[in-house]
Design a protein around this ligand. Structure first.
Ligand SMILES: Cc1cc2nc3c(=O)[nH]c(=O)nc-3n(C[C@H](O)[C@H](O)[C@H](O)COP(=O)(O)OP(=O)(O)OC[C@H]3O[C@@H](n4cnc5c(N)ncnc54)[C@H](O)[C@@H]3O)c2cc1C
Length: 411
């Protein structure tokens, strides 16, 4: 196996929403950047699908909104949930003070391909696929690079700054020994597809019933389904057999009852482990963590992608100039943590509250589920629906593009 060395101003581990957006913005600002992704493509089923109004605003600021919205997507103006027998509208995005007053549901691989295609137009951008980060390189207590394994070689990538954007199981943060606070989650998610009939008029929605939570996302030809289960219960569900599982899903989604037989084996059903955590320090000299690598998000509210992108925008805004001068100090990294930690704390607090007050009781309950008073109020008073819409759609401290664009044909 051959071994070689690469050098860049910035090296990013992971090309999820955080890593890809940061790589794009830095390359657009003329910074020499290498993004490393362990998979060969972005085609993984378990990637979240939501592009929120604040992310769409960022895409608009980059001048790419019309092009993005030409890709197939579902436009969701209101979030509905069925709780017990009652269907409620819990968030109404149509009054948000932004350009796009909706959530675009788009397969994340399309979104990442879109960002990668635009990033590749800058010659300072390099994306290495099938490049798995295995370790950090340190010199005199400073992180100076990453060790990488590809199918045919090993690499050492040296950079003035290393960014960990390698998600909630980040190897980089582990190797850097950054301390993690775990907050726990009462659930895991079973993720699978059911084909969607042409005349199916049902929309993306969540259903809460005794001991069960079920989410269906309209992906055009098929439903992307998420069945939320109490943490650690997958083995028990498997023991009860596939027929029993199909029966449960048929009850939760009567309009897709005929399609449950498409679930032929447990291989068609993926277990997604949910965790919520946060680093107490997001940096070391020469290293910054962003996105889930700094703070693993619960799927509650579907806001993790949005937060990851906001981190990337804030990091690019703060780092483009120091990276150009090749002088990134620990103080700059500390300031990025300070800026992004507040929105993260507030969002995780809300997610943990929903996990504790809504999800855990529904999953452990045996009595008929009824909407709690707060949700009934939100559903009954249209003005109140704007509050969850703002929290989900825009969030705390939205970021804006402040990095310059270096003309693509410039030297
Ligand atoms: C079940 C579930 C459903 C969710 N649904 C939604 C949703 O609908 N909407 C939403 O906004 N959020 C959702 N979330 C949260 C969301 O997935 C994350 O918050 C978001 O993906 C974080 O983005 P990221 O770029 O930081 O990390 P990731 O999206 O995890 O990306 C990390 C990238 O790094 C790569 N990588 C990992 N290790 C290495 C390595 N060693 N070397 C090289 N590359 C590596 C990975 O392959 C990946 O491409 C969900 C979470 C869960 C658990």
């Amino acid at each position: 196996m051959s071994s070689s060395k690469l050098v860049a101003h910035c090296c990013i581990a992971g090309s999820g929403p955080a890593g890809m957006m940061l790589g794009f913005l830095l390359a657009r600002a003329g910074i020499d950047v290498i993004v490393l992704e362990k998979h060969a493509d972005f085609l993984r089923d378990f990637r979240g699908d939501t592009i929120h109004p604040s992310t769409l605003e960022i895409i608009h600021e980059l001048g790419l909104l019309d092009e993005l919205l030409r890709l197939p997507h579902e436009t969701v103006y209101r979030l509905n949930a069925q709780i017990g027998d009652t269907t409620l509208t819990l968030a109404d995005f149509t009054h948000l003070p932004t350009r796009c007053r909706f959530i675009a549901f788009m397969p994340q691989w399309d979104f990442l391909d879109f960002l990668a295609d635009h990033a590749r137009r800058y010659r300072t951008f390099r994306l290495l696929m099938q490049a798995e980060v295995t370790d950090i390189v340190k010199e005199a207590e400073r992180v100076v690079g990453l060790r990488v394994k590809t199918p045919t070689s090993t690499l050492e990538v040296r950079a003035d700054l290393v960014v960990a954007a390698d998600g909630r199981q980040s190897i980089v943060r582990e190797k850097a020994g950054l301390p993690v606070q775990e907050f726990g989650a009462p659930m895991d998610v079973l993720w699978f597809r059911l084909s969607r009939k042409r005349d199916d008029t049902a929309q993306t929605m969540g259903r809460f019933d005794t001991g069960r939570i079920f989410i269906m996302i309209n992906r055009g030809e098929y439903w992307q389904c998420g069945y939320v289960i109490p943490k650690g219960q997958f083995d028990e569900i498997r023991k009860q057999g596939l027929e029993s599982f199909r029966e449960t899903i048929g009850q939760l989604a009567p309009h897709a009852r005929d399609q449950v037989n498409e679930l032929q084996s447990w291989d068609d059903i993926k277990l997604l482990t949910v965790r919520v955590d946060r680093l107490s320090q997001w940096f070391r000299p020469g290293l910054l963590c962003i996105g889930d690598a700094a703070h693993a998000m619960s799927p509650v509210g579907g806001v993790g992608i949005n937060l990851a992108i906001q981190d990337a925008v804030a990091a690019a805004n703060a780092l483009a100039e120091p990276l150009r001068k090749r002088q990134v100090t620990v103080d700059e990294l500390r300031r990025i943590q300070k800026r992004r930690e507040f929105p993260t704390r507030v969002t995780q607090w809300l997610q943990l509250t929903v996990q504790r007050r809504v999800i855990a009781p529904v999953l452990s309950g045996t009595r008929r589920v009824k909407p709690p008073l707060l949700l009934r109020l939100i559903a009954a008073i249209p003005l109140l629906r704007r509050i969850p819409a703002y929290v989900i759609g825009i969030g705390v401290r939205p970021e804006h593009i402040r990095t310059p664009e270096i003309p693509r044909d410039a030297d």
